[in-house]
Every structure is written in C-alpha cells, then in structure tokens.
Design a protein around this ligand. Structure first.
Ligand code: ATP
Ligand code: MG
Length: 436
C-alpha cells in the first residue's frame, strides 16, 4: 500500500484530493470487467465511488484478484483520484494497488427479491444503501433526542426492563420466567419515571420497549425504542409544547446532518426543513371528530378511540403534526386523570404525524388520585397490591407531573418517508418474526 491513512469515500468525492493518490477500503458494490479492465464500485459507510482497475497499472496477481472478486468482497486499494463527470459523484479512482481482504462467496441477495426473503437475509441486507441511509438518520434522531433534553436540564434516567406490573394494558405484555417467579418485559418506562421525578424533577430516556402486538400493521413492532420524558411541576400544556419543540429540533438536526441520506431515500429535504420551523396546531379529540364529520363526511361516535383510518383522514387536512388532546377518559390508561374543566375527557394528548404516519407520541398529565386509579385497575382485573409502591408516590409529597413517549421508529419512518416501520430498525421483531 502506498499509504495507510485511509480516506472515507465521501471525502474523496468531495474533490479535495483530485490528482493525488489516496487509499480507501470497503466492499465491492458492483463490478464488471472486460479483458484488461475492471470497473468496480466500492462502498464504505460514507458512500460509493467508481474505481477503474487497468492491467499494467498494478502487479498482475493483484489485477487477477480484483477481476475475480465478487460483489461484497472486502477490498483495500489505492490509486489516483480523477475528476470524471460521467462517474457517479463526479470522481473516480484509477487503481495502482488492490488487495482483496476477503473473497466473498456469491451474494445471496440479487435484484427484485421479496420482502420476506430480505428479512431472512437481514444480517446481509443491512448493507443496502437505503437501509444504511435510514440507519444513519436513526442515529441522528436518537442523538438529537439526547441533546434536546440534556440542553434543557433533563437527566437521563433508566428504568428496569424486567417489571412486575403492566403500564399500558395486560394484553400486550411479554411474560418472562424469573427464577421461580414470573415478570414482564417493559411496556413503558413511565411508572418508574414517576418515581424518578421526585428526585431529579426533569428526566428522559431512550430505551427498548416491548409490546405483544397481536395484529399485523405497518406501524407496530413487538420490540421498539421509546423516547420518554417525565417532569415534576408540569401540566398538559407544558409537555405538549416540549413535544412540539422536540420534534422540530430532531427534524432540523436530520436536515442539517443527513442531506445525502435523505437524497438516497428520495425524501424531499425542503418539506422537512419547513416542518422543522412550522407551528404545530393543538386541537381536542372532540374537534378532531368535527374535522372528520365536516370535512370528510365521517361519523365517529363520541367515546370511541381513533383508529388508523380516522387518524389518517384527519391528517389529510394538515401539513404539520397535530397535537390532539382530551380523549375520552373511559378509553384511557388508568393513570390519566380527568380534566376538571371537562371531566368526561382526560388530560392527555397524542401527536399525529402528517403524510399518513399516524400517532408518533402519546402522553398525559398523571393522576394523583389513589382511589380513582385503584378503581380503574380493579376494573381491569389488576392486583392492587402490586401498585402500592406507585401509590406511595402520591402519599409522600405528591406534585403535579406529566410526561410522554415518542416512538423512535415511528418518527424515523415519517422523516425517511419509509413504507414500513421495519425499514427503520436494524433487526425488526414483529408478530411473525424474531429471527435472525
Ligand atoms: P397505538 O395506538 O398506535 O398502538 P399507543 O397508544 O399504544 O399507540 P403509547 O402507549 O402512547 O402508544 O406509546 C407512545 C408511543 O410509542 C406511540 O405514540 C408510538 O409512537 C410508539 N409505539 C407504541 N406502540 C408501538 C409499537 N408497537 N411499535 C412501535 N412504536 C410504538
Ligand atoms: Mg398500542
């Protein structure tokens, strides 16, 4: 090798090293040869570049090795950077030395394969350009969430993944054997966060969340990552404004850091730029039903939860996310309190995303009424003893507090304009799949 100071392909494509010799390493993305010349496209995490390998420009055994290296072989090479308007990215490398690190076997993934086959081959399909782009955006999103809360004085706070209680309804719990006993995988960080706010006041977390979702949808995973926040002394209005700021901030960070990845995904960056600055409206559930009735001729009985079709229909009339507050109390989780101004509704909200991406955030103020919560839990068949620790939080210096959870994959799916939430997580777990 001429040099072992490796360049990222993206840096080479930036043109600063035109005319000089560079060393790059990565994987064969495409290759074709005719006689004494090999046209190879090389991929690394940062991009792809065309490499022209001519017999005579490098030792013969190296040329022969380059010629026989199949797609996804790993390669280290060096050569001269040349401007070439016909090459993708505008630059190519004329190879002077090529070392095949590993000759790949024939790659099992070829064009036009079924989604199920690609999920079986997920460990290899991760290398595809679109998935790579989506995962880079996911990384920006998670980093931005951490930054957003830390900048505002929130502490990162971890909850146990193994939990004895349900939070979001018993029907989606994953049961785990726990020595001689049984426990459940976390459905939410929230109940523990409610303990945490009495020590740290403002806390957040991005963590794995598990729900046995028994229907197949393009929005539900069995294992997903939820970004949650909880804060003492805050009410519903306070947290809806934080949620709007958070989503705008995250989108702004992706616009700034991932323009190339958005281009790979063919996602219009201007749409996102506008969304990072727009005002997001707040309406009530009752007003949302009005939108459905007057604008779409859809009648929904007051008291019913909004289904996917209704959420999507409402959002046809908005270009930004919308916060919907005050859902009917009856259909809400036990910890959501009634609104004193309208007690048949709860002090809660969902944020719905436009472009038919549905709910991305759910949150609420938290009830401080032990009797009311006990009654709701009893109706659900829960053992009240299991919740005594949670009720203690209302017995020792209770304060108003509120919080919400944002589905990381739902937000990434919307930002990427992905067809399915599975395109936003490395190894999706769903009703039908937990392999590889
Ligand atoms: P849905 O009605 O869509 O099932 P939910 O009301 O059960 O959502 P919450 O309990 O409010 O959701 O959870 C907070 C957020 O977590 C949701 O707004 C969503 O973004 C995300 N989320 C919930 N369930 C899933 C899931 N199974 N897969 C991926 N994300 C999810
Ligand atoms: Mg759900």
């Amino acid at each position: 090798m001429v040099s072992t100071s490796w360049r990222r392909i993206k840096e080479v494509l930036a043109g600063i090293s035109a005319g000089t010799i560079v060393s790059v390493r990565g994987w064969v993305y495409r290759t074709r040869s005719s006689g004494n010349i090999v046209f190879m496209t090389l991929r690394d995490a940062s991009g792809v570049i065309q490499v022209t390998i001519k017999k005579g420009n490098l030792p013969d055994p190296q040329f022969e090795a380059a010629k026989t290296a199949l797609i996804e072989s790993s390669v280290e090479l060096s050569g001269e950077v040349k401007e070439d308007p016909r090459a993708p990215g505008g630059y190519e490398i004329l190879a002077r030395s090529v070392q095949v690190v590993n000759f790949a076997e024939p790659f099992p993934i070829t064009k036009d394969q079924s989604p199920e086959f690609l999920l079986d081959q997920r460990h290899l399909w991760l290398r595809s350009r679109k998935l790579t782009a989506a995962l880079k955006i996911r990384s920006t999103v998670v980093g931005a969430i951490h930054q957003f809360f830390r900048d505002r004085g929130f502490y990162e706070f971890d909850a146990p993944v193994l939990q004895p209680n349900q939070c979001e309804g018993g029907s989606t719990l994953f049961e785990v054997k726990y020595y001689q006993d049984k426990t459940y995988l976390s459905q939410s960080w929230q109940l523990y966060a409610e303990a945490g706010v009495f020590a740290l006041e403002k806390i957040y977390n991005v963590g794995p969340t598990f729900r046995a979702e028994k229907s197949k949808t393009s929005r539900h995973l069995s294992e997903f990552w939820m970004a949650e926040m909880e804060a003492a002394w805050m009410d519903l209005h306070d947290i809806t404004e934080i949620a709007k700021d958070e989503v705008r901030f995250v989108i702004g960070q992706v616009v700034e850091k991932n323009p190339d990845d958005l281009a790979v995904l063919e996602r219009d960056i201007e749409t996102l730029r506008k969304l990072s600055k727009a005002k997001y409206p707040t309406i009530t559930y009752t007003e949302a039903l009005e939108v459905l009735r007057t604008k779409a001729g859809m009648e929904v009985d007051w008291g019913k939860d909004l289904r996917t079709v209704e959420e999507d229909t409402i959002m046809k009339f908005f270009e930004t996310p919308v916060v919907v507050t005050n859902y009917p109390l009856e259909i809400m989780a036990f910890y959501k309190p009634p609104d004193p101004k309208d007690p048949k509704t709860a002090l809660c909200f969902d944020m719905l995303a436009p472009e038919a991406y549905g709910e991305i955030i759910g949150g609420s103020q938290r009830s401080t009424d032990i009797a009311q919560m006990s009654e709701r839990l009893r109706q659900m068949g829960e053992k009240i003893e299991n919740y005594q620790w949670y009720f203690d939080l209302r017995r020792y210096g209770s304060v108003p507090h509120a919080g919400y959870g944002l589905g990381v994959e739902r937000l990434v799916a919307w930002i990427c304009h992905a067809e399915n939430i599975k395109d936003t997580i490395p190894f999706p777990r769903t009703l039908l799949r937990f392999r590889p």
